[in-house]
Design a protein around this ligand. Structure first.
Ligand code: NAD
Ligand code: MLT
Length: 526
């Protein structure tokens, strides 16, 4: 039974999760940090919106937590490095509220341009002041978007229809992508200088915190109007209030605040701001779409191990995943085998993806390899989430290369490891699309099925050694299932891999290591 904690009240759309007998969902809405810390220890999964902060302290207190699901887009309220370090998947459900957020942005823009909320309040007090609320048209004005992702693109599409000239700054998007939507990408300073309206649609992160501040506000046109439906914290609210008071900024429309509910109300109280309490995603449609998708994401993760929408694990679309699945398993096996064969502190790993897999996204293969390798080396629990972070933390350098040629194979994964003591290259491939084989150990050509229990020996290539090992195994009732011998030259060093049906005890391994001619022996379990 998977216990899931929800820190918000709405369950509409979560039916698939709530009716699943493998899950017990409990709601503790808006817990205080102290309550949250106490509660979290008991849960396998956590579902949140923006009402809580999942800090490093909360994550440290989570004893069983495997999954954090964010019902929405922004994951700035989760300490992702802390979750990643602990192997906890953090997934969001982006997309479900894109249209709602885009429509709200436009609503705010129009309200601000035409003074609609102010005029409405005035009229409700029985005032009739037509001159006071003179507005301005959007048509012909320049709209500068900061962030051209899902919401930015939808806002652009709609505002182009209003006759606006739309430009954007987004360091992670291409000119072609923007151009296809009729938007020209510009530098940030060009956006500041050219825009009559600036609308923010980027995440809150280290590069965007306080992006709109006293200095950047000065770079904007006098009379600029600013919209923020993205995240509080991207705008320095005090600097914005000052710029509105000085008349440099004509007006602002804000849905999100540095602290929610706000602590400093200055910008909200200004006569030239249109404000809403983080409502951009609050439509019936968005909430249901998000909840339905989140339900599926949670159920798939806990019941099938499929990770969708994770922000801290490389994820793949279903088709690519199915295509790569056997290679992911092979990469993990290579890592597990290599981790058990080498000794000495790890310094460098060189991975080569050759043949048909050289043209795909190989990031999941690298993560799988690291998971296999580090699981055999480290005491901590290693999974697909924390494997890269653990490798980085230990200063292991990872080099990835791709090669279109895979010798006689369709595809080949090679992992070369350097420790302080030795080097070991293992190459693996698939026979018939799903049968994993190790085909090379350093320079030796082999054909090993990487599964079950194995003995790995390096020995001088001379008669009698294998016979001695076989006799010892027989005496100890360990059945030999298969054997592979590889050598570069007669009488030189040979590698012998013996697949065995049951585990070999430490005593057996010790006795083999004492046989004359055996230079190394390792018991490996895959
Ligand atoms: P998205 O990930 O699709 O788009 C974000 C874009 O910002 C990306 O294209 C990214 O490249 C860009 N970006 C990243 N760093 C940047 C930087 N330093 N400068 C400029 N651009 C940068 O996300 P989205 O779904 O479009 O959401 C955008 C924002 O809106 C997020 O902050 C999200 O949390 C917020 N949001 C708010 C509400 C609300 O209720 N107010 C609702 C939905 C989303
Ligand atoms: C989001 O990031 O999806 C929105 O801000 C909505 C929310 O916080 O719930």
């Amino acid at each position: 039974m998977n216990k899931i904690l929800m820190t918000y009240n709405s369950t509409e759309g979560l039916e698939k999760l709530l009716s699943n007998p493998d899950f017990k969902v409990e709601i503790h809405a808006k817990p205080t940090p102290e309550q949250f810390k106490e509660l979290i220890a008991d849960y396998d999964g956590l579902l949140i919106r923006s009402e809580v902060k999942v800090t490093a302290d909360i994550i440290a207190a989570a004893k069983k937590l495997k999954f954090i699901g964010r019902a929405g887009t922004g994951v700035d309220n989760v300490d992702i490095p802390a979750a990643t370090q602990k192997g906890i998947v953090v997934a969001n459900v982006p997309g479900g509220n894109t249209i709602s957020a885009a429509e709200h942005t436009i609503g705010l823009m129009l309200s601000m341009a035409r003074n609609i909320p102010m005029a409405c309040s005035s009229l409700k007090t029985k005032e009739w002041k037509r001159e006071k609320f003179m507005g301005t048209e959007l048509q012909g004005k320049t709209l500068g978007l900061i962030g051209f992702g899902r919401i930015g693109k939808e806002v652009a599409h709609r505002m182009i229809a209003f006759g606006m000239n739309v430009i954007a700054y987004d360091p992670f998007t291409s000119t072609e992508f923007a151009k296809a939507s009729g938007v020209e990408l510009k530098s940030l300073d060009e956006v500041y200088a050219a825009s009559d309206y600036i609308s923010i649609h980027s995440p809150l992160n280290d590069s965007t915190r306080n992006l709109i501040n006293a200095d950047t506000l000065k770079k904007m046109k006098k009379g600029v109007r600013i919209v923020n439906c993205a995240r509080g914290g991207i705008i320095d609210e005090k600097a914005l209030a000052d710029a509105i008071n000085s008349g440099h900024v004509k007006a602002a429309a804000i849905d999100v605040f540095a602290k929610e509910p706000p602590v400093d109300w200055t910008v909200i109280e200004s006569a030239n701001t249109v404000v809403t309490p983080h409502l951009a995603a609050s439509t019936e449609e968005a909430q249901v779409k998000i909840a339905q998708e989140l339900s599926e994401v949670v159920v798939e993760y806990f019941s099938k191990g499929i990770i969708r929408n994770a922000v801290n694990v490389p994820t793949l679309d279903w088709e690519t995943y199915k295509q790569l699945e056997p290679y992911i398993a092979l990469a993990e096996k290579i890592g597990t085998l290599q981790g058990q064969l080498i000794s000495g502190g790890l310094t460098e790993i060189a991975l080569e993806y050759a043949g048909s897999i050289s043209s795909v996204n190989t990031n999941p293969l690298t993560v799988a390899y690291l998971k296999g390798l580090l699981s055999t080396i480290l005491d901590v629990k290693v999974n697909f989430v924390n494997a890269p972070a653990l490798a980085k933390e230990r200063g292991i350098k990872i080099k990835e290369t791709k090669n279109q040629q895979a010798e006689d194979f369709t595809a080949l994964i090679s992992a070369g490891i350097k420790t302080e003591k030795e080097q070991l290259v293992i190459s693996g491939t698939l026979f018939g699309h799903k049968n994993a084989r190790i085909v090379r150990l350093n320079t030796l050509t082999v054909d090993i099925v990487p599964s079950g229990s194995m003995l790995y020996l390096t020995n001088i290539d001379r008669p009698g050694i294998i016979g001695q090992v076989a006799t010892l195994l027989g005496k100890n009732n360990v059945n030999i299932a298969g054997m592979q011998v590889g050598r570069n030259e007669q009488g030189g060093e040979a590698v012998t891999i013996i697949n065995i049906d049951t585990a070999a005890t430490q005593d057996i391994v010790h006795q083999i290591s004492n046989f004359s001619g055996v230079t190394k022996v390792k018991y490996v379990a895959l």
